[in-house]
Design a protein around this ligand. Structure first.
Ligand SMILES: Nc1ncnc2c1ncn2[C@@H]1O[C@H](COP(=O)(O)OP(=O)(O)OP(=O)(O)O)[C@@H](O)[C@H]1O
Length: 630
């Protein structure tokens, strides 16, 4: 029986990568300075397998630190009630660890990508699949019994001496300093109507009990600094996502200014690009390369959930045990990845070949992102202000994503997208992307610190939907919709940014690359199913919940638990349902439909009665100001 019920999780590569921490993304290899001729290289493409069993009662075969995490975060009862969700969470966790090692700064609320042909597989025997199906059929209600009542445990100690520390200390990395104490109001605050007066800010309530492990929201308005070793790698256990080492030439300095050159866009047009293109017309036709290109993968990989014939063919399924095997095989990618040199070549075709230093005068740092640092800059000889994102190209772990971002920004212009102005590649490494400056910062700061009313929320959603409608109409799926990626102007403009994960999906086709930020991810992405542009609608629904609650569902859970809960629960609970208008409730219900085929699209949502409640964008201004001035 236990054999029949065994499920097998193959977590390939992961362990090998943990124990070979110096093996980096091979994309970076050619950029590494060559070491001495006597150096013996690290093994590469090593593949290890860990067979994990589930006997209907508990999981076995996981490395001990993982067992500890599992037991700490997901009770045995929860494991039993939905082992499939546990498997999904473990897969995700393993994948995030792998990303962590690749990018050095993975956190669960960091965005990440992984191809479906990556290294973490789950195989369930037919009977187990049936068993799980029965379980799921009979327990479709959310299992939150232990999640909200139980104070979160601190994951710091669990892995402090383990050899897998560097990757497994995810929870610890998600720790953030406690928010400043704010008086808790006795009664739940009601959504307000905007009166036109200066807003009385409604600070979000603090946690009832301060959880020791709190997943971190990216706090992009202040630089994130993380202790790092001599190589710039993060120190295990350090808090906050480390940023890539910043080359000295990225420091703000006016001493390096050299002669500028004429730009493709004149200064005076820089701030009006969006408006001048307000019809949302496509400037250029579809890109045919990089991530923007559709690569609709045939289901050619050998990964499957369950054996359709119900056969128990795998020895490991019958005998759950940790077994590490020698390197086996590396699955061919379904899409040819561009080499660094190819990315560089394509980039050179896009960028302005001149030196930007005389043209843009850096004023101050706005924030530090995963790939670089954003500055506000003055355009020399004018009063125009732009944002300049500077990135050290050679050390970027995801160069192709950068290329995608620039291509999409350049090709698709719309008043509700942050518009690209131009880009430069200085000394083949210092990549500048010049874009509209949105002085109001990101929506996260507003939703975390204030409470918008329904009219304001509707206004924000309407603007985002216009951008999404435009993108979807051009077969572009954004894949990372969240408040962090919505920028605000001081006049209340609302614009989507961060096009790095955009992909093109031909009408009627789907993708399966796992991309996004877990808390905002749709169930179909999380479960590694094929998906289409409807994933953006789900994320928009989660973002609407952020605007109501100040955070997405499960943000206070430990990462593994959060992923488990998303996989387990599907549609999240709308906590303040009773306080919301029926129109808003219905809007949320249309976004947060688990089955993407039944989920609304942008056309439906743009005509939704809830958006009739949208207030003028100027209603956002006092809130934006208040947050900026705080
Ligand atoms: N055009 C802009 N105008 C104003 N602020 C901006 C602009 N672009 C980015 N920012 C701000 O700069 C900070 C860093 O932005 P960035 O896009 O680098 O962050 P990220 O999305 O975390 O990183 P990455 O895109 O590299 O993964 C954020 O606070 C963001 O809101």
């Amino acid at each position: 029986m236990s054999t029949a019920r065994s499920s097998k999780v193959r977590i390939r590569n992961f362990i090998g990568r943990i124990f070979s921490p110096s093996e980096k993304d091979k994309d970076n290899d050619e950029m590494k300075p060559s070491s001495s001729a006597m150096d013996i290289s690290q093994p590469y493409n090593t593949v290890h397998r860990v067979h994990v069993g589930y006997d209907g009662q508990k999981f076995s075969g996981l490395p001990q630190p993982w067992m500890d995490i599992l037991l700490r975060d997901i009770s045995l009862a929860d494991q039993k009630s939905n082992p499939n969700a546990v498997v999904t969470a473990l897969k995700f966790y393993a994948q995030s660890m792998k990303e962590n090692e690749k990018t050095k700064f993975m956190t669960t609320n960091s965005v990440f990508t992984n191809s479906d042909d990556d290294d973490v597989d789950v195989q369930l025997t037919g009977q187990v699949t049936e068993h799980l199906r029965n379980l799921q059929g009979s327990s479709s209600t959310p299992s939150t019994s232990s999640s909200s009542a139980r104070p979160l445990t601190n994951g710091n100690s669990t892995f402090s001496s383990s050899s897998t520390d560097a990757s497994l200390s995810l929870s610890e990395r998600n720790n953030v300093p406690s928010p400043a104490p704010v008086p808790t109001s006795e009664s739940a605050p009601h959504l307000k109507s905007f009166t036109g007066e200066a807003p009385k800010l409604h600070p979000r309530s603090p946690f009832p009990t301060q959880p020791p492990v709190l997943p971190q929201r990216s706090k992009t308005s202040t630089p994130i600094t993380t202790p790092s070793n001599a190589n710039g790698a993060p120190v295990p256990g350090s808090k906050g996502p480390p940023v890539p080492p910043k080359p000295s030439h990225l420091k703000i300095t006016s001493s390096t200014v050299s002669s500028g050159c004429s730009s493709p866009l004149h200064h005076s047009s820089a701030r009006s690009v969006g408006n001048s293109l307000s019809n949302g017309s496509v400037v250029s036709t579809t890109s045919s390369d990089g991530d923007v290109q559709l690569s609709n993968k045939e289901n050619s990989n050998d990964k499957s959930v369950g054996d359709k014939n119900g056969n128990t063919t795998n020895k490991a399924a019958a005998e759950p045990a940790v077994s590490e095997e020698p390197p086996v095989r590396v699955r061919a990618s379904h899409r040819e990845k561009l080499s660094d040199t190819e990315v560089l070549d394509q980039l050179r075709e896009i960028v302005n070949p001149c030196n930007p230093l005389g043209k843009y005068e850096m004023k101050k740092q706005i924030g530090v992102g995963a790939s670089g640092t954003v500055f506000v800059a003055h355009v020399a000889g004018s009063s125009d202000v732009v944002a300049v994102k500077r990135m050290a190209f050679k050390t970027q772990p995801k160069k192709e994503m950068l290329l995608t971002e620039i291509k999409v920004m350049k090709q698709y212009r719309h008043p509700n997208l942050v518009n690209y102005i131009e880009s430069y590649l200085v000394d083949a490494d210092d990549l500048w992307v010049v874009m509209d400056y949105l002085e109001g910062g990101n929506l996260t700061d507003v939703v975390v610190k204030t409470e918008l009313d329904e009219g304001q929320i509707a206004a924000v959603l309407q603007e985002c939907l216009k951008a999404l409608h435009f993108l979807h109409r051009h077969s572009i799926v954004h894949r990372d919709i969240k408040s962090d990626n919505v920028l605000l102007g001081m006049n209340g403009e609302v614009k989507l940014t961060d096009m790095g994960f955009c992909a093109q999906i031909q009408p009627g086709s789907k993708r399966d690359t796992v991309v996004g930020t877990p808390y905002w991810m749709s169930p179909e992405i999380l479960n590694k199913k094929q998906y289409n542009y409807k994933v953006d609608i789900w994320s928009l629904g989660i973002m609407a919940l952020e605007m109501i609650d100040g955070e997405p569902p499960y943000l206070r859970e430990t990462p593994l638990k959060a992923i488990y809960l998303i996989a387990q629960n599907g549609k999240p609970e709308i906590k303040q349902r009773d306080r919301l208008s029926s129109e808003f409730n219905n809007f949320l219900d249309r976004c947060l439909v688990v089955d993407p085929d039944n989920r609304a699209d942008t056309t439906e949502l743009l005509a939704h009665p809830f958006l009739k409640k949208a207030k003028p964008l100027s209603s956002l201004v006092p809130y934006i100001r208040a947050v900026r001035e705080k």
